[in-house]
Design a binder for this molecule. Structure first.
Ligand SMILES: O=C(CO)COP(=O)(O)O
Length: 263
C-alpha cells in the first residue's frame, strides 16, 4: 500500500450467503468489533445479497454505523421487462455506494462477456454507484504466463467509452480465478505484479493522475493471516474478501491489518 491519496478498502463479498436476519447480526458484530479510528482509516464495506440490502440499510442508517454497503450485480438497464433483474436506480435508492461488476462467478455461471460487463460498469456510474470491477485469469492462462495480458484486455473492454473522471470512481479488483475459494492465495508478489500492471494500464489509457487515484484491490482466499503481506505491496489498496467476510471476527481482523503491517 503506497502512501498516497488512496484510502484502503476492505469489501466483503458475501456471495449467496446469509439471509437478512443473519446479515443484521453480522453487520452489528462487525461494527462493534471495530472502533471509529479503525473504520475511518480503512473503508469497510459489505456486499450482501439483494434480499438483505434493505435490512442492512436500516441498521447502518439507524445506528449511524461507519460501514458502507453495496450489491453484487446490477442490470445494464434502468427499468423494464427484465424478469429477475435489479437496476442501478433501485440500488441507489437503497443507499448503496458500491456494486460488484464482472465477478468471475457471474462471467462463468451467467455467461457475462466483456460487452455485458462494460454495459454494467456504465450503468453503475450513470446511477451514482461505484463499480467494483473484477478481472482475473484462470489457471490455464496463469500457467501459460498470460495473466497480465488477460487482465489488461478485460480491463480495456470493461472501461471502454469511459472518461478519466469516471474511471477514478471505479474500484478494480484483481481476482485470479484459481485463488477464489480454493485456499490457494496468490503471493503478495503475484498480487503486486497484476495490480501494478492494472494501474499502469489505467495510467496509459486515462492519464497518470487517474492511474494514481484509482483503487486496485486483490481478491482470492484473503484471510487475517495473509492480509498484511498483501497490503504491504505498493499497488494493492485493499481486498475483496469472500469466505472470510462471513465471520465478523475474522473480517474485523482483516480490517485491522495496519496493526500488523510494519512500515
Ligand atoms: O471471489 C472472491 C471475492 O469476490 C474471493 O472469495 P474467497 O475470499 O472466498 O476466496
Amino acid at each position: 500500500m503506497a502512501d498516497t491519496v488512496r484510502r484502503p478498502l476492505m469489501a466483503g463479498n458475501w456471495k449467496m450467503n446469509l439471509n437478512h436476519l443473519e446479515a443484521i447480526a453480522l453487520v452489528q458484530k462487525l461494527a462493534f468489533s471495530l472502533n471509529e479510528k479503525q473504520l475511518t482509516e480503512v473503508e469497510t464495506v459489505v456486499l450482501p445479497p439483494f434480499t438483505d440490502l434493505r435490512s442492512v440499510q436500516t441498521l447502518i442508517d439507524g445506528d449511524k454505523l461507519l460501514i458502507g454497503y453495496g450489491a453484487q450485480d446490477l442490470s445494464p438497464y434502468a427499468s423494464g421487462a427484465y424478469t429477475g433483474d435489479i437496476s442501478g436506480p433501485m440500488l441507489a435508492r437503497l443507499g448503496c455506494q458500491y456494486v460488484v461488476v464482472g465477478h468471475s462467478e457471474r462471467r462463468a455461471y451467467h455467461h457475462e462477456d466483456d460487452a455485458a460487463v462494460n454495459a454494467k460498469v456504465a450503468a453503475a456510474l450513470a446511477h451514482g454507484l461505484a463499480p467494483i470491477l473484477c478481472v482475473g485469469e484462470g489457471l490455464e492462462v496463469r500457467e501459460a504466463a498470460g495473466h497480465v495480458a488477460h487482465c489488461s484486455d478485460q480491463l480495456d473492454a470493461a472501461l471502454k467509452g469511459l472518461s478519466a473522471e469516471q474511471v477514478e470512481k471505479v474500484v478494480i479488483a484483481y481476482e485470479p480465478v484459481w485463488a477464489i475459494g480454493t485456499g490457494k492465495t496468490a503471493t503478495p508478489e503475484d498480487a503486486q505484479e497484476v495490480c501494478g500492471a492494472v494501474r499502469e494500464r489505467v495510467a496509459e489509457r486515462f492519464g497518470k493522475e487517474t492511474g494514481e487515484r484509482t483503487r486496485v484491490l486483490y481478491g482470492g482466499s484473503v484471510k487475517s493471516s495473509n492480509i498484511a503481506g498483501i497490503m504491504a505491496k505498493p499497488d494493492v489498496d485493499g481486498a475483496l474478501i469472500g469466505g472470510a467476510s462471513l465471520d465478523a471476527d475474522e473480517f474485523a481482523k482483516i480490517v485491522r491489518f495496519p496493526e500488523h503491517v510494519s512500515r
